[in-house]
Design a protein around this ligand. Sequence first.
Ligand code: ADP
Length: 765
Amino acid sequence: MDLLELPPRCLAKMSSFLPTDGMSPSRLSWKQLLKQTNRLARLGSWELDLSEGNEDKMYWSEMTREILEVDDDYDPSLSGGFEFHEPESKQRIQQAVDEALANGTPFDEELLITTAKGNQRWIRCIGNADFEEGRCVRLYGSFQDIHNRKIAELELAQRNTFIETIVDNLPIGIAVNQIDSGETILMNKQFSKIYGWPQEELADVDTFFEKVYPDDEYRQQIKSRVMANIESGDPERMSWNNIQITTKEGEERIVNGKNIPLYDQNRMISTVIDVTAQKEAEREKTEILERIGDAFFAVDEEWTVTYWNKQAEEVLGMPSSEIINKNLWDEFEEAVELDFYKQYHKAVDEQITVHFEEYYPPLEKWFEVSAYPSETGLSVYFRDATERKRNEERIRQVSERFEKVTEATNDAIWDFNVQEDDLFWGKGFETLFGYDQDTTDPDLEFLISLIHPEDRERVVADIEEYMQPGTKTNWYEEYRFKKADGTYAPVMDRAVFIRNDKGEATRVVGAMTDLTRQKKNEEALKQLNEELEKHARELAVSNAELEQFAYVASHDLQEPLRMVTSFLNRLEERYGDQLDEKAYQYIDFAVDGARRMRQIILDLLNYSRVGQLKFERKELCLDELLEEILKLEQRAVKECGATIEWNSLPRIKAAETPIQQVFQNLIGNAIKYRQPGTEPVIRIEGGENETHWKFSVSDNGIGIRQEFQENIFTIFQRLHTQDEYSGTGIGLAVSKKIVEKHGGQIWVESEEGEGSTFYFTIAKA
Ligand code: ADP
């Protein structure tokens, strides 16, 4: 075997390019050097000599054989050589060899083979053809083991494709530009998609700015901002948010991005994301939050307020500018002691939604709250529930009041909800009729079944009439109602029909009164009345008889009395000289008795007349009437030095003589019953109300003890003997009769020793 790896002809050819002499003995000969180099490069050679008609037989150098791992005695051939190749490589090399044989086209192929020992390897096969007289006489070339490089290359290529795929499919847009020239050296699909421009139209930074920011002013603004940020070298400033860009189609989008300068590589990596949808969603969310009827606010994990909508401003009276970025509990200190604090903490700590209602004293409001925890804090929805709470409280009080009333009243209350066919009946059904509230669950049918069969049809017909749409509200019936013990109670049932807008009865509230006792009372009263009437009739008869008797008696008695007096006078005249002192005294007593009896008879006559007289009312001037009385009483007044005073009195309509008599009686008594040694002062006053005139006659006389104040108006009732104060005991009885005949009353207020005031009234008509 040759020392050299090259086929002999080739070697001969190559040797002409190599130095042939002057080689120092210490140095390797060029052949040795070549051999070593080939070995290091794992480079072998091959040759196919076609000159001697030997079409298939080949020459393989030592390295070629080593690469193919064939045995020493392996006899290489073209067809055999092909068999080492993997199918795809085999096809390629066969084609290349055919081409070279036919046209002399040289080839250089990287091929995958399987060695004789079954190892797969990448090799590079270079081939050349020699032609003589238009015919290929020889094919020769190199055969190099490039396995390691090829594998590395393939891996690299694979990794590159992998990275490219990733980069292209990332949701972020990525572009790499040359810092100095601005040239775009890389741009992924997403980048051009986000900006909405084809990659080739964004070839450098300047074109990019012009296309993406068509508005000159805005472009300048953005450009200088981005540049300033990059120049600052401050990593914080490399990000930019919410920048508006314009796509080729003219659509506007919002993007966030970042520039990553690699100064040592003179490159700038730019990343970008499309936040249009997010911004839109945020805007919508904000709009929704502003539009929802509820007040809303949000806090972060530190309880710092991050959002505060308009309703929250209104309900809590706190503008968002004053609360945003502040600590919730600092601004609403009072809430710390309340459920707000506890519930919000519970929501955050346990990551659960909480709903509650709480009163906030500083605002005097009730709130209905729902709080939702999130990873970033808490969202709180709430509304002012004050009005609802107050209504609930009002309803609660009203129904409590209703229940209490049904308990407290003596009536049996019932409440029929027409729509729900639901009947409530109050405690009265138990107390009045004996139905056990716990065991009886009544409905309307049941209630109706308890109406006495004879009354039922009438009552039901009446209820049905009220149940028709209309306007009638107040229903009333009397009927017999069956009690739990089977007996019937007479009842009065009153109900109010509550109607809706259409006039349909929606609810009927009623009250049943047990008339048993009332009926009994009525019966008893009726009996009593009848008896009273009978007595009154009897009394009227006896009164009339009495008056008749008094009249007759007084009339008839006057004549014999006159006789007694006149014969006593005659006795005195005729037998005066025969009579002694004692006899004269007796005659005086008898005359005085007769005189008094006459007075009694006259008074009695007067009394009886008052009952019989028909009063003719006429307009009276009381001032004149009193002057008249004073004239009549002149002597008595003078004797005792009495003062009688009054301010102008009203004009009244009454019977003149009787009224004069009343005043005369009262004034006369006031003079008569004076305190011994005191001059009487008598005051008369008058007034009126809508129905009556009222007068009083007061004196400073002896007064009347409480227990006699009523009796003195009864006929013949006197409190003194004739010796003390003369009189008949008829004056006040007559006055009472006169006043009562005028539709009035008479009474006295007095204290013994202090004087008396007599009052009387006269009805105006
Ligand atoms: P009489 O003829 O006794 O005065 P009256 O009917 O006028 O009869 O009065 C009844 C009684 O009422 C009197 O007896 C007297 O005791 C008492 N009385 C009447 N007026 C007065 C008065 N102004 N002050 C004290 N007592 C009086």
